[in-house]
Ligand binder design. Sequence first.
Ligand SMILES: Nc1ncnc2c1ncn2[C@@H]1O[C@H](COP(=O)(O)OP(=O)(O)O)[C@@H](O)[C@H]1O
Ligand SMILES: [Mg+2]
Length: 450
Amino acid sequence: MSVKKRHSDADGDTSTDLRFRKTPRAAVEPSGPLPRFQGSGADQTHGVHGSPLQRMRMRMRQAFTPSQPVFNPSMFAGRNEVLTALIRAIEDQRLHVVTYGERGIGKTSLMHILSRLAREARYVVRYASCGEETEFSDMFRAIVRDIPLLYHADFAPTSDASEEGRSLADLLPEGTFNVPQLTDVLAKISGTHVLLILDEFDRAHSPAFRRSIAELIKNLSDRSARVQLVIAGVAGNLTELIEHIPSIRRNIMGLQVPNMTQGEIEQLVHNAETVCGMKFTDEEIGFINLVSYGSPYIANLIGQHAGLNAIDRGDTVVAVKDIILAVHQAVEEIRHRVTAKSVHFVTEAETFVPSDTLGLLARSALYNGGRLDIARLEGLLRDLGGSEAFLRNLSEKTGLVGPIPYDPAGAYSFNEEGVPVYLWMRQMARWLDSASPNLQSLQRSISQCD
Ligand SMILES: Nc1ncnc2c1ncn2[C@@H]1O[C@H](COP(=O)(O)OP(=O)(O)O)[C@@H](O)[C@H]1O
Ligand SMILES: [Mg+2]
């Protein structure tokens, strides 16, 4: 039965299915063949039939992964300095580490690669991702369940208990347990070093959970335990942990994951080229650098859309028009992830703030770990009453931004974390539309605003 026939039946139907009858006829009549999946749902790319472009389209998903962290070291671009600092803190200084940075900057990817390197160095590594409901006992019971009893000083590797495949979890009391009870178990680890990676720490909202982690860091340090925590979160987490127990300051290293350099973004694109066979010229990489501004998330998002756009044109070389279209596609995609409340605040803000200024504010936040620094923004906001008065006004009138609690420099941040990416990408889309897309002139006009 054709689609058309079914709907004409439905139109004449006297049933109470309003959903069907209300549907405008034009909207349900297909204007042509429906779009189709281009590849197979099976994960392999080898042996897939189809044209070279179809195979390239499939490989594009592994080449750029905007919705997933990087697991594969060959796809992990740059970050040598951050990794060196992390390794040094862990193995030379025996510190606990809090890595922090905005969502999308690459913390989880970094944690995965760090885990791999530590395992290669024969550390016992356990990775756990925090969530809103994360509860101390549950999380740590699951973590130590994976650590064999043979690493406990009281159980020789040949003893019966460890041979039975038992774990440190067997030494914990039933039900919930507290930090001292956990420390008693962890402090007796011997014959190895254990790295506990707690990712997405900012998502664990319970103050009790965070206080327990501060206490655990203190206890493990006091007992010189062979267990180190590596926490990935946002800047506020580090401040908060230290506020709970100020003396742990000397046991923790805070490490901000910086935006990637232009060379690192270039490497990210080259890694992707190797996987998918699509070519990005220097000019296109220049555009990706300009748009992504050191964010590996944006670089992946734009790279993937641009590559797919080139394939849609039947080309294996990305052109500037593919990038411009990609920026528009990305704006659409990101807009749907921003809450209606924030979209409303943006509309309100635009009644008294030039939209370029909003875009540049967002850019500043993206580059400074989410911070809107009073001093840094003075140049941009001088004509709008000065940065301090401007940010206070914007905060009071719209709720788009707010002061960072207890910030010593009185900095502000956007109240919703997805908003800076949205505003910045939207700004880029506008600039790309208004000017003839010339890389040099765009670079000039952006840097004038810095
Ligand atoms: N070093 C890197 N090389 C290539 N892509 C990266 C790198 N770091 C992060 N990415 C990409 O950036 C995006 C965000 O990374 P992720 O690790 O999830 O960040 P976060 O945990 O900070 O939110 C993902 O698309 C990921 O694939
Ligand atoms: Mg993450």
